[in-house]
Structures are given as structure tokens and as C-alpha cells.
Ligand binder design. Structure first.
Ligand code: BGC
Length: 364
């Protein structure tokens, strides 16, 4: 729990509460989608320019039941936020029924601060090992940049470094199959909003396309990936993109007691489950689906979860409801998270899955 993490989530909390009060949707022009290409999953021979040709819809189908490896590679360098993750844990994740893993990673702590901003092999190798084991188990993989605080604070100063990190990541994973998806940046925030964010997305896509012309790329809206901000996201002019958002509403319910959110103890005891509360989720998801339909883009609900401090029955009801609503609209989903005390589907103390969470995620 670093101060930065706390500060970030305090801002998120305030923003989320404000968003709940006034969610404004500004329509933007739909992007024309070209015809999809066949998914081949071929490996590139050179390893430099990928011959992988994926289709965003097929890639998203493989993400239909994703588990976020939260608190593993997203932690600050040298920090520990949860149980130790080992590559062997992926077998249990696949056995539990998950079809994919999202691998939030704090690359910015492992890239040089001077050009050419080289990523350290040690970290790259750790992620490579996860990706390759996941692929062996037929788990799709979302590779992202997570917690790059400096690019949120000063996107202009950090632009070259951000793009250089993507250039290296895209090259490093260019020969992996089409079930590896690149996600530009987790929850952009701060001053990385509106035109600044949309331009950085376009620039990042151009960098990725140099080495990965056929790879599926994922993007979400600025200001923390809130569902109501999808309309402010300008999808890149590219036919191989998945749109993503995260859902933790009502934030005072899902984040009650969160040690990393200032003031969250005051939310303890917040219940969930009224008809109005359910209707709000249905309405927000329906708006997201309509937005996506107009643009012919598949949707990944990349994070959702509830702190374990919430009432257990309400927590499971919320998870079950959100997961069903997502599936009913054809969204793939990513549960947050693997094994933290706060959110974990896996109970490290018992060395087993929490059956109530697994039921909520996979029940009929
Ligand atoms: C953040 C985590 C946080 C989670 C739930 C993620 O996007 O990276 O640090 O625990 O959201 O709040």
C-alpha cells in the first residue's frame, strides 16, 4: 500500500462518486470497421514482425472468463501486496474454468529512465514465463501497462518513454499467437484525458502495428475506465480492437474497508441489492453495449470485484449479477483478482478457491 497507490485510489473514489451523480455521454462519430481477418495463430519466423492475424471478436471470445493476476506484477518494485505467484499456479487457474489471464504489470519500474528506455530482462523474462505457460494451458493472455503514474501526471514528458516501452513489449511478444492481446494502458487518469489520451492511443497503436500488424489491441476510456466515459474514447482507426471498461459501482459498496482508499472505512456496512441498484447496472451496461454496437467493437469488462469486507451475501449477489449482465450482452469479463485478501477468488490461506466466488462466476 504505497502512498501513491492510496492517493490514486482516493482520487478514483471521489471521481467515481462524482460520476455516479452526473454521468454525461457525449456521442462521437462511429469509426468505420473494415472486414475482419481470419485468425491463424501463426508464429512469425523472424520474431520481429509478427505474422499473427487475429480477429478482435475471436480474441475477445477467448477472454470470456478472465482472471486478473492482480497484486503480482503490478506492485511497485521490491514491494509485496499479496501471496507469491508462481507460474505453476496457472494450471489451477485453468482447472478452475478461467479461459484467460490478464497480467497487470508495472513496466515503468523496470524500464530505464533514459532513451532508449530499455526494459530489464529480469522482469521481461518473468512475464514471458507467465505468458508461455498460460499459452500452453490454452489460456489467452492480456498484456498491459499498469500503474504508469508518471504518464498520467505528465503525458507530454513521458510520451517517448511510454511508446518505447510499447515498442519493446510488442517486439518481445510479436511471435506469440493471436490469443495474446495488448492493452494500451490500465485506467488512464490525471491529465491523460480527452484529446491527450486519444492521441496517445493512436500513437501507441501505430507503434504496435510496426511489429504486430495483425495483433488484437485493447483500449479503454480515460478517467479510470469508467463505463460512462466510453463515449469520450476515440477508438483507433483500426479493425482489430477490443474496447474495455472496469466496473466497481457503487464504489462505496465494492471498496468498503479498502486499506488503499482514504476514508473507505466509513463505507463499511454499505449494503447492495435493491431493485434500483440492479437497474443502474443494467442500464449502464446497456448503454455500453449500444455504444459498442454502433462501432461494431467487442467489449471486455476488464475488472470487477468487491472487497471481502462487504456483507458476504451482498458481495456474491453483486458478482453474480454483474457477471450475468455482462455475459447477456456478450461482454467478456475479467474478475479482479487472483488471491489478495481484499478480492481474491483464490484463498491462499486454505490453498483453495473460494467456492462462493467460483459459483458466482461460473454458476448457471
Ligand atoms: C488496481 C488495483 C486495485 C484494483 C481494485 C486495479 O486496477 O490496479 O491496485 O486493487 O483495481 O481497486
Amino acid at each position: 500500500m504505497t502512498p501513491a497507490r492510496r492517493r490514486g485510489w482516493f482520487v478514483a473514489a471521489v471521481v467515481a462518486i462524482m460520476a455516479a451523480a452526473c454521468s454525461s455521454i457525449e456521442p462521437i462519430e462511429p469509426i468505420e470497421q473494415a472486414e475482419s481477418v481470419e485468425q491463424t495463430g501463426e508464429m512469425s519466423e523472424s520474431g520481429d514482425v509478427s505474422s499473427v492475424e487475429s480477429d478482435a471478436w475471436q480474441a475477445n471470445e477467448h477472454l470470456r472468463a478472465t482472471l486478473n493476476l492482480g497484486a503480482v506484477f503490478e506492485v511497485g518494485r521490491g514491494e509485496t501486496w499479496g501471496p507469491e505467484f508462481e507460474v505453476d499456479d496457472l494450471a489451477a487457474i485453468a482447472d478452475a474454468g478461467f479461459t484467460a489471464v490478464r497480467v497487470p504489470a508495472r513496466w515503468s519500474d523496470w524500464a530505464a529512465s533514459e532513451a532508449p528506455y530499455a526494459i530489464e530482462d529480469e522482469f521481461l523474462d518473468r512475464i514471458r514465463a507467465v505468458v508461455d505457460r498460460a499459452l500452453e494451458l490454452d489460456l489467452a493472455v492480456v498484456i498491459n501497462i499498469h500503474h504508469y503514474d508518471a504518464v498520467n501526471d505528465d503525458p507530454v514528458a513521458e510520451r517517448d518513454r511510454f511508446l518505447a516501452i510499447w515498442d519493446q513489449l510488442a517486439t518481445a511478444f510479436a511471435d506469440r499467437p493471436s490469443t495474446v492481446v495488448f492493452e494500451v494502458l490500465n485506467e488512464p487518469n490525471g491529465t491523460l484525458i480527452d484529446r491527450v489520451w486519444n492521441d496517445l492511443v493512436a500513437d501507441t497503436v501505430a507503434v504496435i502495428r510496426e511489429s504486430n500488424p495483425g495483433r488484437t489491441i485493447m483500449v479503454g476510456p480515460a478517467e479510470w475506465y469508467r463505463v460512462g466515459d466510453l463515449a469520450r474514447l476515440e477508438l483507433p482507426a483500426d479493425d482489430n480492437v477490443i474496447a474495455s471498461f472496469h466496473y466497481y459501482e457503487p464504489f462505496v459498496f465494492t471498496h468498503q474497508g479498502a486499506g488503499f482508499v482514504e476514508g473507505a472505512d466509513a463505507w463499511l456496512g454499505t449494503p447492495w441489492g435493491s431493485d434500483e441498484e440492479r437497474a443502474r447496472i443494467s442500464q449502464e451496461f446497456a448503454t455500453a453495449a449500444a455504444w459498442a454496437d454502433e462501432r461494431d467493437v467487442p467489449v471486455f469488462l476488464g475488472e470487477f470485484g468487491v472487497l471481502s469486507d462487504a456483507d458476504p451475501a451482498d458481495r456474491i449477489e453483486w458478482l453474480d449479477f454483474v457477471r450475468r449482465e455482462a455475459e447477456a450482452l456478450g461482454f467478456s469479463w475479467g474478475y479482479w483478482d487472483w488471491a489478495t485478501i481484499d478480492f481474491g477468488a483464490f484463498d491462499a490461506a486454505r490453498d483453495d478457491w473460494d467456492p462462493t466466488i467460483i459459483d458466482a462466476l461460473f454458476g448457471p
